[in-house]
Design a protein around this ligand. Structure first.
Ligand code: FE2
Length: 254
C-alpha cells in the first residue's frame, strides 16, 4: 500500500452543549444530537486524521458543559482540536484541552499544509473579530513558507452570507484575512461555523465554506434567524492533498 496522499479532517461545529445533558434548544437535545454525530463519525470516518470543533462547543461556558464534551469524545480515538465561538469560554477551552485527545492551538503543520484556527470571539459581543497578534503570526508563517498550502478555520464568517441577521455578526475586521487571500496564492481553504447552515464561495485560490451545526439548522438567506425544520445536522469532510488540492463535502445525518 502506498503512502497516503492527503490529510483527512472532519469539521464539526456549534454543539451548544449545556451544563445539563437534557438541555433542549429549538426542539433539539444538543447533547444527544452531538453524541449521535460523533458515533456516526467513529463508525464511518475512522480513517480521519483529526477532528476540528470550530466553536460554540458550549452554550453557557460552564465547566459542566465542557465535562459533557469530554464524555462525548472519550470513545473516539482521533485527536480533536478545539476552537472558541462567541458562546464559549476561551480559558475553559484551554483548561479542558489538557485532557486525553483534546488540543487547542493557533496552528499546526501537516506537511505540505499549515492549518490555522483563529480565535474570532469578541468579548461581550456575538460578532467576530480577528486578533492582530494571530494575524501577524499567520502572515509571518505564510511569508516564510511560500511553497506550502494554508487551510484556515474560524468560528465566525469572514464574508457576508446573504442573511441580514447573521451578517450583523460577521468578523468585523475580516478584510485582514480577505486581503491576504487576495494577495497570495497559498491559502486554499477557509471554513467556519456559527451560521448553522451551508454557504460556499471562492476568492482567488481559496474555497470558502461554512459547516452545518451538530444540532439545529437555520434557513439560509433569511431576514431573521429561522429554524430550518427540514434540514438535518451535518459535518464536513475536508481532504488536504499533497498536491495542494482541497476536496470537501458536507454529510448530513439521516
Ligand atoms: Fe456562534
Amino acid at each position: 500500500m502506498g503512502k497516503k496522499n492527503h490529510t483527512k479532517i472532519i469539521q464539526i461545529t456549534d454543539l451548544h452543549l449545556g451544563k445539563d445533558k437534557n438541555k433542549v434548544s429549538f426542539d433539539v437535545n444538543t447533547f444527544n444530537s452531538a453524541k449521535q454525530m460523533l458515533l456516526h463519525i467513529k463508525k464511518y470516518e475512522g480513517d480521519s486524521d483529526l477532528i476540528i470543533i470550530s466553536g460554540d462547543i458550549s452554550d453557557d461556558g460552564s465547566d459542566a458543559s465542557y465535562s459533557n464534551l469530554t464524555e462525548l469524545v472519550k470513545p473516539i480515538e482521533i485527536p480533536f482540536y478545539l476552537m472558541p465561538g462567541n458562546h464559549d469560554s476561551v480559558e475553559k477551552i484551554r483548561e479542558f484541552s489538557r485532557f486525553d485527545n483534546l488540543n487547542s492551538k493557533l496552528y499546526f503543520e501537516e506537511d505540505p499544509w499549515f492549518v490555522f484556527m483563529f480565535n474570532t470571539k469578541k468579548n461581550g459581543s456575538p460578532n467576530g473579530y480577528l486578533k492582530n497578534d494571530e494575524i501577524k503570526v499567520f502572515k509571518d508563517i505564510l511569508n516564510k513558507n511560500r511553497n506550502k498550502y494554508f487551510m484556515v478555520f474560524l468560528h465566525h464568517h469572514p464574508v457576508k452570507i446573504g442573511s441580514p441577521s447573521m451578517d450583523k455578526m460577521i468578523i468585523e475586521n475580516a478584510e485582514l484575512l480577505i486581503d491576504v487571500i487576495k494577495k497570495t496564492k497559498s491559502v486554499h481553504g477557509v471554513s467556519w461555523g456559527h451560521v448553522h447552515n451551508v454557504y460556499e464561495t471562492r476568492i482567488n485560490n481559496a474555497q470558502l465554506f461554512s459547516t452545518p451545526s451538530t444540532c439545529y439548522q437555520s434557513k439560509p438567506k433569511s431576514e431573521t434567524f429561522i429554524i430550518d425544520e427540514n434540514e438535518r445536522p451535518g459535518y464536513r469532510v475536508i481532504k488536504l492533498y499533497d498536491t495542494g488540492d482541497l476536496e470537501s463535502e458536507v454529510i448530513r445525518l439521516v
